[in-house]
Design a protein around this ligand. Sequence first.
Ligand code: PMP
Length: 435
Amino acid sequence: MTMINAYARGGSDSLSAEDEALIARRESVLGPAYRLFYRTPVHFVRGEGVWLFDPDGEAYLDVYNNVASVGHCHPHVVAALARQAAILNTHTRYLNEIVVAYAERLLAKFPAELANVMFACTGSEANDLAIRITKAFTGGTGFIVTEEAYHGVTEAVASLSPSLGHLVDLGVHVRTVPAPLASGGPQTGAVFAEGVRQAIADLRRHGIRPAALLVDTIFSSDGVHADPAGFLAPAAEAIRDAGGLFIADEVQAGFGRTGEAFWGFARHGVVPDLVTMGKPMGNGHPMAGVVLKPEIAERFGKKSRYFNTFGGNPVSSAVGIAVLDVIEDEGLQQNALAVGAHLKVGLESLARLYPAIGQVRGSGLFVGIDIEAGGLGADPADVAARVVNDLRDHKVLISATGPRANVLKIRPPLVFTAANADLFLERLESVLSGL
Ligand code: PMP
């Protein structure tokens, strides 16, 4: 059977014979745990800026991929990668200028308290390391995450990722808290913090000492929750009052995406104890890291050495510097703010015209749109799946997320322009009017 993704509602009848054959080969070697996106899977051979191209040269507007945050195949990043790959690529156990220069450059993007960085290759590895460090620092083993959180694939991190589904066990030391209120009302912070306090009490009742609260600061898999800015602060205080630490997972929100700040946590006026990051850090090159307070790093460093063969290698460091150059030189955080605001206005006017569009949430170029049955008499998840697939047929890439899989996830590369946003809105409107 062809394994297509969760949005699959139909066959793959418009696939070319070549793509049918590629799917069959793929299934036979990659096995059943892999899924392809879309009712009719899409095949890409090239990328440039906000565009991805299929084998026939057809262009698809990328409104989904936050990894290629500074644009697919950005020439400055590609040149930095190629240049360093031709000079030297080893690891962090030899003295080398570039890894130190990158660490300094990255840390300059953080509040002064967050003054150490440890490099890894994936967001999962960064979160896994953060778990080890927080356990070592606090002596606790209890972790608190949101009900639909996703933090990665390692054994430890999958046990903190309820969005993997009920067949993937949560750890006995893990407690979940409800996502922040979708209304974004003024009580959001107090309600979220109360959930954290109850989780702390439940851990203690079971004899488990809290180690950390770990949250994705844009709550992507929980359905995108950004407002009101500041709502995370009381929860961070609650975990610290209990002797635990606050870990901000910036894999989704980091590197300027929210427009209002370079990091998702900064919108909330909190300084985390540890920050994990990945995806956009290398614009597609596998890079991740944990930024943390030196006193926390110190206790871990006394117990354990840390070495990650590929993490922070000279080529990755050159790429990381180039990514920061582009974000700064092209004003991409400001672009995310301006284009995100423009996009939101357009989406809100579509919401007034089409009952399938409910609440529009988010910050900068991370937007979640609630899809409602809207008189169509269908499950909102099915309507969302239809919108996602119909947009794919209109050569626009998005996805759906959230506990009920009915939140459209809008997360384009940060080089997205107002004209790109208008094209997206135009094609979304065609899809909505055809529902
Ligand atoms: N944290 C969050 C919030 C994520 O969204 C993801 C990936 N989707 C990860 C961690 C894991 O990152 P990676 O896939 O690079 O291991």
